[in-house]
Each structure stands twice: as C-alpha cells, then as structure tokens.
Design a protein around this ligand. Sequence first.
Ligand SMILES: [Zn+2]
Ligand SMILES: [Zn+2]
Length: 380
Amino acid sequence: MSKRDYYEILGVAKTASESELKVAFRKLAMLHHPDRNPGDKEAEIKFKEINEAYQCLSDGEKRAAYDRFGHAAFSQGGGGPGFGNEFGDFMSDIFENFFGDGRGGGARGRGGAPGRERGADLRYNLEISLEEAFTGKTETIRIPTSIACEACAGSGAKPGSKPRACPTCGGYGRVRAAQGFFAIERTCPNCHGRGEVIDDPCPSCAGAGRVERERTLSINVPAGVDDGLRIRLAGEGESGLRGGPAGDLYVFLSIKPHPFFQRDGADLFCRVPISMVTAALSGEITVPVIDGSQTQVRIPAGTQTAKQFRIKGKGMPVLRSRDVGDLYIQVSVETPQNLTKRQRELLQEFEREASEENHPESAGFFSKVRDFFVSGASRA
Ligand SMILES: [Zn+2]
Ligand SMILES: [Zn+2]
C-alpha cells in the first residue's frame, strides 16, 4: 500500500508553519481520536496516520528529510512501529501533552511550574445549637491539615539550599524517547514530573514542602443560618505541594435539635401544655423565647387543645436581612391525673351541673351520631 503524503493527511500546504501544523493536527486528532470513535477501525487507522504525519512534520530535521526524500527518508525505521500495548500509553501521552496539563506542547520551561500541586479541599462539619444560630457566633475550629513548611518556605529543600532542575529532563518534567520515527514523551522517571530534584531535603518536612499541623481558624457564623448551609473558605484547605495553591475549606453547618423549639424557616414553634382549669377559665402562661428571655401569653376562656398563639418578632432572624420570624405557641390541654377523693367529688359535682352548652363540640358530634342511627333504623 502506498503511503499518503503527510501534508495531504494533515490538510496543510507544504509551506505550513509550525503553528499551522499544530492547529491542523489538533483538529484532526480530536475528530479521529479512538475514544470518540470506539470500535471504528477506520478512525483508528486515520488517527495513527495523523500522528505519524505530525510527528514527522513537527520535527524540523525529519521534515527537511521528508521534503527531500519523501517516505523513503524513513524506510528502514518506519513502516509500522509496534502500536500494540504501547498504543494506549502513546495516546495518553500525546493527549496529555497537547490538551492536558498546560505545561506540555514542547514548550520547555514555559507554562507554569512543574511539580506544584494544588492542595486538597477539606470538609469540616460544624454543629451549632439553635440559640447559636439565633445570635450568630464566632467559632474557633481546629483543622488537622498540612501547611507549608516554615523551615523551607514550602520548597522542600534544606534551608540555604535550593531545588535544582532535574538533570534527566532538564526541568521539563517529561522525557522524550525516539521509537522508530516517533518521539514518545513520558513523565520523567527521575523527578516524577516535578522538573526539579532536591539534593538536601529540608529536615523539617523531609522534602515534601509541607508538614502536618493542627491549624486553628475562626469562622464567623452569621445570625439566622439554617441547617445544611455550606460555607466555602477559599484557600483555607490543605496547602499545596512545593508552593502550589492551597485548596478550599468547606464548612458544613448543622443545627442540633432543640428540646422544645421546632424551626420552620424563620418561624419557631413551641408546644406548651396548659391545665384544664386555665383552658376553661382563662389565664396567663409564661413561655420561653429563643433569646433566653420569657414572655406571657394570655389564654382566653374556653381554649381548646392545638390552638395556636402567634408572638410576633420572636422567631429567628433572617440571614442577611433585618427581618425576624415569629414564635408560635401551640397549647395542649392536659387532663388532670392522680385525683384525690375531694377532687373527684368536685368534678362529679361539676358534671352534674354541666349541660350541652359547656361542651358544644361533643354535643354536636353525638347528636350527629344519633341522627345517623335513627335514619339507619328508619331505612330498615
Ligand atoms: Zn521543609
Ligand atoms: Zn526530571
């Protein structure tokens, strides 16, 4: 099978510049990448073809040879290097190189510092009480984390010394090896991609550039926060490696259940038992308020269980607002228990005096029940 012309494969003119070649290659490589065309043999062949063409034309020497002699320039070395197992690695190297970490593309020493790694994000679960959510608070938290080593200022090298460029890769972090007419790039085995080596590691951090430490941090929790809130503190996560940027700290807020207040948004609910006599005769009850104070609620005569009373402005503050919710008091009438003989007599006497007027609800209910049975009997 006769080989296609490399320029034709990439769809560029013979005079194409390096950057034109690169653009054309990227476009075609994306299009025919095996990951995008799973199982497509033709795409795979095309992809190999594109790579082969680019590997040749992007190398000045090879390009010159190709321009002079055509494919014959590489007839001994080429033809078909073993793609087999190497193929996957080769692909990933090419793609990392071109589309990946930003320090590739043959731009030695350009594009940031090899070996610097961003620190991990951290999560901290902060549980506060409802009272604390009401007032807001400043919480000092301890975070086990690694921080930049002070002794070496994060470089990992012994104070007074400096990391030096890796001699194997020249500081690039990657090495090239020729295989046939392919230049294959790999992560440098000597420095593992960092681009630098440390001859005298810092004794405090053993060359890592960071040390494990417990860090304390003050977190300002504003008034009105609710359960499930997430606070992001940029740059407060784990510190980066060798001078890389720090990760973020996420504080996940939860609020402990309160013994007698339930919360619904900015409103609070509290269930308060009242005596049968207060409910019947009226009275005043004292109820708790979230700010730690107390307030009086007037219970009118004839109050039934589940009746709600609203106390305006005694709920929770609304986050980042001047609004305040309300407090709802729900009463439940408590039936007296453990009666003395005298109490029983009084209640029995009361019962003898009682009429339907005293219990309109039950009177109404039982009259409905009676009607139900009477009409049932007439139907029969
Ligand atoms: Zn150190
Ligand atoms: Zn290296």
